[in-house]
Write a protein that binds this ligand. Structure first.
Ligand SMILES: Nc1ncnc2c1ncn2[C@@H]1O[C@H](COP(=O)(O)OP(=O)(O)OP(=O)(O)O)[C@@H](O)[C@H]1O
Length: 523
């Protein structure tokens, strides 16, 4: 570069020297000195242009380099910041994994316990593992697994109850075997059949809506309802309540009424759909031969045959009956009084309508029909009888006549006066508690169940309820009554159809039955 500048300076200087040394008097342009000066000046000019271009190029190059450097720096910066971000994310993920591992360590024993429990249960185990694979938090998995387990346990219990009921039925039928006269009006009502009805279609559609595949396995026709059995295969146990809600919609059942839905057998559920009033079957109370000294009450017919309860049994010594007006409660009281009178028991009827028992007086000497105002005195008498029988020997007790106190419309019989009410409560509770072993029984009827409290001093006290282990529910308008009276599926009372459509529960007994109609005393 220096050489270039030297060349320009030398040629420029030479041109200047030649120009200055020119003779001002000799004005000829084309003298050798002038031409040389012009040539040297031109050379210096051309070289200067070249240098200018060189410097411009250099500057452009530097600019480009600077720009290139800037871009690279930015890219590197971006790369570095995204690398940092990735590192942070990885660290977060590591922390999450660590947390999950910690949680897993803490809950692993619990989880293995759940898996142990569900060990025999492929479906629950599969559901739990599926949830884990889908990334569900372990807490949710455990919750869902234990809930599913509970439901399966319930199903197993239900199956056991079903089995036990069948055994009880056989036992009771054997007890009555010698005395049994099959009434003409009674025919077998449980005729399994696969019906192609719109109800089945509706329920199948409801199942499809909630994502279940189901098949109707059979239909049992009871006097007041049809029992539809469906196969269900699901690992989502929340889908059953959804199926029930969708089925209610499909069948046009309002929110106020229940649609009984329960596990019938493994992977099978039963749905009880009420029959139309015109399709129902009623049965008159059949003629029977009775054994003196027994304490059987024949309720009516269920899908498994005749339903009989025995006051002598530990499970069914005292009865609590609920049913709204028109449900068939009075009809049941009359039938129960008849059964016990025919077996020689003393029966005292308090509360309710005395006129309901007018026809009994001619036929039976051991019945009294009393105004509800007398209930207090009768409870006192039964209490004293308990006290006196309590000191008897077994042999003496065997000689005693069974006493049965019927209190219909219990609410109206509770005294409003505080001290009297206290005595009434205590004595009635004692009769319930001690009477079971002393051949002393109570049958208490309510229109609707209400708990004893300040706002309802005539409600049912919980200790009295606990001493009345056999529960019978006829139709109720509110599910609360059913839940207070029945031990299981209390809301089902709102699905009952009235006129003797009832549910009886006690211990393992749990049956829906159609009570026998009791218009006139059988001849
Ligand atoms: N088991 C039954 N079979 C056929 N009809 C019945 C049966 N039980 C009751 N009914 C009929 O239902 C109606 C109401 O019965 P019931 O009087 O027993 O009911 P309730 O619940 O006691 O009502 P209320 O409190 O008004 O007396 C009556 O017409 C009766 O004939």
């Amino acid at each position: 570069m220096l050489l270039c500048w030297l060349k320009i300076a030398t040629s420029g200087l030479a041109a200047l020297v030649l120009t200055l040394s020119a003779n001002p008097k000799n004005l000829k342009l084309f003298t050798t000195a002038n031409i040389a000066a012009i040539a040297l000046a031109s050379y210096a000019g051309i070289e200067l242009r070249k240098l200018e271009k060189y410097y411009q190029d250099k500057e452009r190059c530097e600019d480009m380099l600077a720009a290139l450097k800037d871009t690279q720096a930015e890219e590197q910066l971006q790369f570095l910041s995204s690398a940092a971000q990735r590192k942070r994310e990885n660290e977060d993920a590591d922390k999450r994994t660590q947390r999950q591992l910690n949680l897993l360590q803490k809950t692993a024993p619990l989880f293995s316990e759940v898996l142990n429990l569900t060990g025999q249960n492929g479906a629950v185990e599969r559901m739990a593992l599926g949830m884990i694979q889908n990334g569900e938090p372990l807490g949710n998995v455990l919750l869902a697994a234990s809930e599913a387990e509970m439901q399966l346990e319930q199903a197993k219990l239900q199956a056991q109850i079903h089995q036990r009921q069948l055994e009880l039925q056989v036992k009771q039928v054997q007890q009555l075997k010698s005395a049994e006269v099959t009434p003409d009006s009674v025919t077998s009502t449980s005729t399994p059949q696969i019906a192609n009805s719109s109800k089945i279609d509706g329920l199948k559609k409801a199942a499809t809506v909630v994502g279940l595949t189901t098949q109707c396995l059979g239909v049992d026709i009871a006097p007041s309802y049809e029992r539809l059995i469906f196969s269900i295969r699901t690992e989502d146990f929340q889908s059953i309540p959804k199926f029930k809600a969708a089925s209610k919609l499909a069948l046009g059942i309002t929110d106020k009424e229940d649609l009984p839905f329960y596990i019938y057998a493994p992977e099978q559920i039963a749905v009880e759909v009420a029959l139309k009033p015109e399709d129902r079957t009623y049965y008159d109370f059949p003629l029977k031969h009775w054994n003196q000294g027994s304490r059987l009450i024949i309720l009516g017919l269920s899908l498994d045959g005749e339903v009989i309860i025995d006051l002598a049994s530990e499970d069914t010594p005292q009865l609590l009956v609920v049913g709204t007006t028109g449900s068939g409660k009075s009809n049941f009281f009359r039938a129960a009084a008849y059964c016990l009178l025919m077996q020689g028991a003393r029966v005292d009827v308090c509360g309710g309508k005395v006129s309901d028992y007018e026809d009994f007086a001619d036929r039976f000497s051991q019945i009294t029909m009393n105004d509800m105002g007398k209930t207090f005195e009768f409870v006192g008498e039964y209490f004293q009888e308990c006290v006196s029988r309590n000191s008897m020997t077994k042999a003496e007790l065997d000689q005693q006549q069974p006493w049965v106190l019927f209190i219909d419309e219990y609410k109206g019989t509770v005294p409003l006066d505080d001290p009297r009410r206290k005595t009434y409560d205590q004595q009635l509770c004692e009769v319930g508690r001690r009477g079971r072993g002393l051949k002393i029984h109570v049958v208490i009827g309510l229109q609707r169940a209400a708990k004893r409290g300040k706002e309802d001093p005539q409600g049912l006290p919980p200790d009295l309820r606990d001493n009345l282990p056999c529960r019978i529910a006829f139709r109720c308008v509110d599910a609360t009554s059913g839940r207070m009276i029945l031990m299981r599926r209390g809301e089902a009372v709102t699905s009952l159809q009235g006129r003797g459509d009832g549910i009886v529960q006690s211990g393992l007994l749990d049956k829906r039955f159609q009570a026998y109609r009791f218009d006139t005393i059988p001849a």
